[in-house]
Design a protein around this ligand. Structure first.
Ligand code: ADP
Ligand code: MG
Length: 699
């Protein structure tokens, strides 16, 4: 234990200069940091490649050959040393940018070397930049079997001898010192049940695998452990919150709920809606505060679930509110909910940025004296002036558009925090929600209301444009409306408008659509103008809506049946999915046409292909995760929670599921980790939790 906290400077082979670099470049400060600096890949040392076997996209390889000649290319800072390495099958070039003089003097011509590095295709040969080299004679004296770890290094570290192999040498100095200092972190019970190797054995084998089997077991154990402690932590937070945060119990299902459900509900609930309502009901019945995330694709019917939940609050004598990220969305909720309640004895209020002072004053009063049962609004709800008589349930629509501090403001609107339901139409893969929202209850609506026609999605290039325009005309003739969406260039949101107009003008220059009315909406517009343009589209005055992604969330125009996305390859998958969700809201067959250039990246192609193949938001999010990785997908803010040393959210989803179930079972048996048999776990968990206390909380 003590030893592990030693500064890295103390380790044999680490002088002051190296210590400095290890700290700066790799954030390795202590023995412990080095011990958990794992290889990012392994090479099979028993495999030696022939030069003719080298192809594109190979990882690190070993090649045996002779250096036949040196040459220098370029001058000044661009000067490079090239060595021609040959075997009996071909030639590969070794390239050095730095330390060239020393390297040239230390390598011998016409002598066999074992060379190690990553080949890259260059002109018509392959290069290996800054390879590692061993005299074959020296190398061959040792027995080499199996896997060798490859560590991330850096240019600077390499010049101080700390390339991958240099780091491995340090690890080899370190491991024998730690013989009695690596403590077990899991319980004997878990180790036995899962048949895991010990912590010490795993750490040794992850750095210096004895054989393939031991390596795989070590990897599994360390991945499991990494997920396990995270899940344990999230579950603990959930337990603590449940205990600490009392909620207002809603014991009854009362008149309003029953009346609506029996007499006014416009359609039968889907199975998924029913299931989710039961989950919510179970939460709000108890005396702990509900903290539930509801995920459901665009159009899956979250609003109805939200409304029925609000009725539960009202029937138990509480007020409820729903907060949406935009004025338009709030207005839409108002329309929907006013329609639901038109024959009921309920008071519904609305509060947005554009509410007039007089209305506000009246509304504030009615809220405080409890006349208003249900309040719909935007950020305006958060203002301190907005006081409730007895707020029991808060619903947050499109939760990712609100900051943590905004969401937490709603918590303070009553003596106890009200129950909280956050909703999102951006489904995220289960592995991600288990990691990010593992301390919340999660509900999923994974079923669309019946009778929905799937949006027909096609991918077209510019050469098909004439046909696409013909199709637009036909649809408009049938009385339908069309969206044409252009990407917004991130770097220049101020160019948004110009961008959009250029795009649209190019489009109509080649294929005029003069006979049609057009609404144009973009991010730089004043809110009133935007609203005006949208209204014209919503009421059918215009046939075509030309827009940047500002329409992503919000508008609901059932008559719009075609979504054309220009330069579709420039959009992310979840954005494409959101855009497509704008159509297919009415009874007519709807279409999504993805327009792209001919030359697009493989990843771009995969995105568009995925859109064509499926309309399941969860499947799409899985692909998105695979293509982009968790950090990018969720934004940098949350990526801290998604950084793992060895586990991989995409590849190790089974281990993740498993670790969560083990953690659940453990806490069921020993909530406070007090049992003697769990003392190892507790000992590791305490510092782990300390370190993570500042992690994002969702609400
Ligand atoms: P979202 O989950 O995107 O918020 P909405 O709540 O806006 O979805 O619902 C989308 C549409 O589906 C609305 O027009 C709504 O009236 C309709 N809808 C919701 N639930 C059902 C149902 N069980 N059966 C039929 N239509 C439904
Ligand atoms: Mg919605």
């Amino acid at each position: 234990m003590e030893l592990l906290s030693n500064p890295i400077d103390f380790l044999a082979g680490v002088g002051p200069a190296r210590a400095d670099l290890l700290k700066k470049e790799l954030r390795i400060f202590t023995y412990r940091d080095l011990l958990t600096y794992y290889p990012f890949r392994y090479v099979d040392k028993s495999k030696i490649f022939k030069i003719s076997q080298i192809v594109d996209d190979l990882p690190f390889v070993q090649i045996k050959g002779k250096i036949m000649k040196f040459e220098y290319i370029g001058r000044g800072r661009a000067k490079r040393l090239i060595a021609h390495l040959e075997d009996d099958t071909g030639l590969i070039k070794l390239v050095w940018f730095k330390g060239t003089r020393w390297i040239k003097s230390s390598l011998k011509i016409n002598t066999e070397y074992l060379v190690f590095g990553k080949p890259t295709a260059f002109k018509n040969t392959f290069n290996i930049v800054h390879p590692e080299t061993d005299l074959w004679e020296d190398y061959n004296k040792k027995a080499h079997v199996g896997l060798q770890g490859v560590y991330h290094s850096s240019e600077k570290l390499s010049t101080k001898g700390l390339n991958s192999r240099g780091i491995l040498k340090l690890i080899k100095n370190l491991l024998p010192l730690l013989k009695n200092d690596i403590e077990e972190t899991l319980s004997e019970k878990i180790i036995k049940e899962l048949n895991l190797p010990s912590k010490e054995e795993s750490l040794v084998n992850i750095h210096i695998p004895k054989n393939n089997n031991d390596f795989i077991r070590a990897q599994k154990r360390l991945k499991f452990e990494e997920f396990f402690f995270l899940q344990l932590h999230l579950l603990k937070l959930k337990l603590i919150r449940k205990k600490k945060l009392k909620g207002y119990p809603f014991p009854i299902i009362g008149d309003n709920f029953n009346e609506f459900y029996n007499n006014h509900i416009p359609f039968e609930l889907t199975g998924a809606q029913k299931r989710v309502l039961k989950e919510i009901r179970k939460d709000v019945q108890g005396s702990a505060q509900m903290n539930r995330l509801l995920q459901g694709d665009v159009g899956s019917g979250k609003t109805l679930v939200a409304f029925l939940s609000m009725l539960m609050a009202v029937d138990n004598g509480f007020q409820a509110c729903i907060m949406a990220p935009t004025e338009i969305l709030a207005q839409q909720h108002l329309v929907t909910i006013s329609d639901f309640t038109k024959n009921m004895n309920l008071e519904v209020g609305v509060l947005t940025g554009s509410s007039k002072t007089k209305q506000r004053i009246e509304l504030h009063e009615k809220l405080e004296n409890g006349e208003i049962n249900i309040l719909i609004g935007t950020h305006a709800l958060l203002e301190d002036k907005v006081k409730f008589n007895n707020l029991g349930l808060v619903i947050i629509d499109e939760q990712h558009r609100f900051g943590v501090s905004q969401r937490s403001k709603l918590w303070k609107k009553n003596d106890y925090p009200p129950h909280v339901l956050v909703m999102t139409a951006t489904p995220i893969p289960r592995t991600l929600s288990m990691t990010l929202y593992g301390d919340l209850e999660v509900s999923v609506i994974d079923e669309m209301p019946p009778g929905r026609k799937e949006v027909k999605t096609v991918w077209r290039t510019d050469s098909n444009r004439l046909k696409v325009i013909g199709f637009i005309r036909k649809q408009i003739k049938l009385g339908r409306q069309i969206y044409i969406v252009f990407p917004l260039i991130k770097e220049s949101e101020t160019l948004d408008y110009k961008n959009l107009m250029d795009g649209y003008e190019t489009l109509v220059r080649d294929f005029p659509l003069p006979e049609y009315q057009v609404s144009i909406v973009h991010g730089q517009m004043k809110a009133e103008d935007k609203e005006y343009e949208m209204k014209r589209f919503v009421d059918g005055t215009t046939d075509i809506m030309v827009a940047t992604t500002v329409i992503e969330v919000g508008v609901n125009v059932p008559n719009a049946s075609v979504m054309i996305i220009e330069s579709a390859e420039r959009f992310g998958l979840s954005q494409l999915h959101q855009l497509r969700g704008r159509v297919g809201r009415g009874a007519e067959q709807s279409y999504c046409i993805l327009m792209s250039g001919n030359k697009i990246s493989n990843e771009g192609k995969e995105r568009l292909k995925t859109m064509v193949e499926t309309s399941d938001g969860f499947k799409i999010s899985e692909v998105d995760l695979r293509l982009r990785g968790a950090g990018d997908m969720m934004g940098t803010k949350q990526s801290g929670a998604l950084q793992f040393k060895i586990a991989d959210l995409v590849k190790d989803s089974n281990i993740l599921e498993y670790s969560r179930s083990v953690a659940i079972k453990l806490l069921e048996e020993d909530e406070n980790l007090e049992k003697e048999e769990n003392k190892n776990i507790l000992k590791s968990y305490i510092p782990y939790a300390k370190e993570r206390n500042n992690w994002i909380r969702i609400s």
